[in-house]
Design a protein around this ligand. Structure first.
Ligand code: 5GP
Ligand code: ZN
Length: 114
């Protein structure tokens, strides 16, 4: 999508610290990290959020999660643990409307989330 912030990062039209890319996803450092490891994994396909994902996107969503696990391993947080978070809508605080999975790790986290 032309004016989408995350589409623009994926297309390198806007700065972003990209840490991984393949045919279907891009991963980059969060601008305002909430933990020592805070990476956003996005599908290259523009989906505004999880509610827009269709049956044909199931493999893509699974791939996004598996890339998160691989990046967690790359950053050596697999053993200590990490969280993947996909915020949807106002109550969850979604602020960018291109589906993105947060990979957060490197410090202990509480549950339930705030
Ligand atoms: P949400 O609240 O929508 O789940 O998460 C949006 C995330 O995108 C936030 O963690 C925020 O820090 C991050 N973010 C917002 N704008 C930018 C940007 O221009 N570049 C990067 N790398 N991250 C951004
Ligand atoms: Zn987009």
């Amino acid at each position: 999508m032309k004016h989408c912030l995350f589409c623009q990062i994926a297309r390198r039209e806007r700065p972003g610290r990209i840490v991984f890319e393949d045919d279907s996803v891009v991963a980059f450092e969060d601008l305002n990290p909430q933990a020592p490891v805070h990476i956003l994994i996005i599908p290259k396909k523009h989906l505004a959020g999880l509610d827009e994902a269709a049956a044909e996107d199931e493999a893509l969503l699974g791939h996004v999660q598996r890339v998160a696990a691989q990046l967690a391993a790359d950053r050596s947080v697999s053993r200590s643990g990490y969280r993947t978070v996909l915020n949807v809508g106002p109550h969850a605080g979604q602020s960018v409307f291109h589906l993105h999975l947060h990979l957060i790790g490197g410090r202990p986290m509480r549950w339930p989330p705030g």
